[in-house]
Design a protein around this ligand. Structure first.
Ligand SMILES: *Cc1c(COP(=O)(O)O)cnc(C)c1O
Length: 468
């Protein structure tokens, strides 16, 4: 592009018609490859971009130069149309349950189950034994009963929906007693006080932010109380001078007063994570065994499955929740239920720690990752431009997704620098790679944490680094 030979508006007429552009050789070649519809879309897009840039002052020395610019824009448009908007990315952040990156990656078995169900019909709501209408909870409910010890279970689209549904079913027009220390906000938009309003229940806060005793609950319960709510403190953890009643004491109090106790457990943990040094993650079966009437938790946090909200507890209360007309508005589809059933079967068969990516990633030791990082750096030095500087530094991965806030998993990070590029530039180049590589900035370093990278993705990162 060169500064003006002719005034732009007049030159707009120089842009050939879409019809004429479609006959260009470069465009024709693309149409043979990608089809006429996509090509036409790209031609229109490129012509619009050309017009816009001429209107904002760009001029061309010749018609040929203008058409060259068109070809460039056209290729960009084709590239953009070929890529889906929702794409696979490589998570090199070391945050295992990254909500922005889709939380839990699914197990191989689950991916196979999804592809078997997705393209055809299924017995989603059909009882094959009886040859009559069935119900969609029948696929996961027996597994959830087996794994958590509950009497009944229902599945909805996510845990936020589960909490809303339970509060609306059991406490509409009534009061819900909750400790001030548990009035949490999760992920910026899920706030217990707001959920409570939408559910039609009235919040009764007891205790103080850091200390709540059983007697505080006792004093707040009246004949207007619909239920007692306990919320897992999720992504923040109070350290030091804090206190809350033991779960067993709270269960006994609720039973004494004839009230249901509902626990929002958030992360949906079924296995003991202590051997991997992840403290303080309550397990569903512990709450059920303690006598909690209803528990709600997510499918795509520590459980390692698809986005879902799972409600487990007493048969009577789960049935009551199921009869809520909202149930129809938050019911999951066949793909979610397929993925959830497959994930739960891995737990039933005691294969979960080895097969579920989330549990595998939590289980990697620092030594595992350091070994991978060392081999990665060797390969990168061989294949990248010598100006790229890579070194291994110690650091921590996190679980994320509002789970186990105090768990910091020791890891070995690959720190990258380049003498001619800023860290922001490096970060952007990796992010703009296809597939995108998402990294983390830490202590003025750009780092890759291989804990969340699958070994099959390492060559792709090496390729992205080689292209820098
Ligand atoms: C994550 C979380 C939720 C929301 O769950 P989604 O499945 O993301 O809807 C609710 N409560 C707690 C305690 C959580 O940790």
């Amino acid at each position: 592009m060169k500064a003006g030979l002719v005034h732009t508006p007049a030159r707009l007429r120089e842009i050939p018609s879409v019809h004429a552009l479609m006959r260009r050789e470069s465009v024709n070649a693309e149409a043979a490859l990608s089809g006429r519809a996509l090509t036409l879309h790209a031609v229109r897009g490129a012509a619009d971009l050309l017009r816009a840039s001429m209107l904002s002052g760009a001029t061309y020395a010749s018609r040929e130069e203008m058409l060259l610019d068109f070809d460039r824009q056209f290729q960009n448009c084709v590239q953009r149309l070929r890529l889906a908007s929702l794409r696979s990315v490589i998570n090199a952040t070391g945050v295992i349950l990254h909500t922005n990156l889709g939380r839990a990656p699914l197990a191989e078995e689950t991916i196979a189950a999804l592809s078997a169900i997705a393209g055809g019909y299924s017995n989603l709501e059909y009882d094959l034994k009886a040859g009559a209408r069935g119900y969609r909870d029948s696929h996961c409910e027996p597994l959830l009963e087996d794994l958590t010890g509950c009497e009944a279970a229902a599945v909805v689209n996510n845990n936020a929906a589960a909490v809303l549904l339970v509060l609306n079913t059991l406490a509409q027009g009534m009061e819900v007693v909750i400790s001030r220390g548990e009035l949490v906000e999760i992920g910026g938009s899920f706030r217990i006080p707001e959920i409570m309003v939408k559910a039609g229940a009235q919040l009764v806060e007891v205790g103080t932010t850091n200390r709540t005793r059983l007697s505080d609950y006792e004093g707040a319960i009246s004949d207007r109380t619909g239920l007692v709510l306990r919320v897992h403190q999720s992504n923040f953890k109070m350290i030091g001078f804090s206190e809350r009643p033991d779960l067993h004491d709270l269960v006994a109090l609720a039973q004494r007063r004839g009230l249901p106790l509902f626990e929002d457990l958030g992360s949906g943990c079924l296995v003991d994570l202590l051997p991997w040094h992840v403290p303080g993650e309550p397990r569903i079966q512990q709450s059920i065994a303690a006598g909690v009437d209803l528990c709600a938790f997510s499918g795509d946090k520590l459980l390692g499955g698809p986005q879902a909200g799972i409600i487990t507890g007493s048969r009577e209360l789960v049935d009551q929740v199921r009869r809520n007309p909202w149930m129809r508005a938050v019911r999951p589809d066949k793909l979610t239920l397929t993925a959830l059933e497959s994930t739960l079967r891995l737990y039933r068969d005691e294969l979960a720690p080895g097969r579920l990516p989330v549990l595998r990633m939590i289980g990697f030791t620092e030594q595992n990752i350091r070994r991978r990082a060392q081999s990665f750096v060797r390969k990168a030095r061989r294949s990248s431009a010598d100006r790229l500087n890579l070194k291994i530094v110690s650091g921590h991965s996190t679980i994320g997704g509002g789970c186990a806030p105090e768990a910091r998993l020791p890891t070995a990070l690959v720190a990258i620098t380049h003498p001619a590029l800023s860290l922001a530039d490096l970060e952007q180049r990796l992010r703009h790679h296809d597939p995108p590589v998402i990294t983390r900035m830490e202590n003025d370093q750009l780092v890759l944490d291989l804990r969340t990278v699958q070994p099959s993705e390492e060559p792709v990162i090496l390729q992205a680094l080689a292209q820098i």
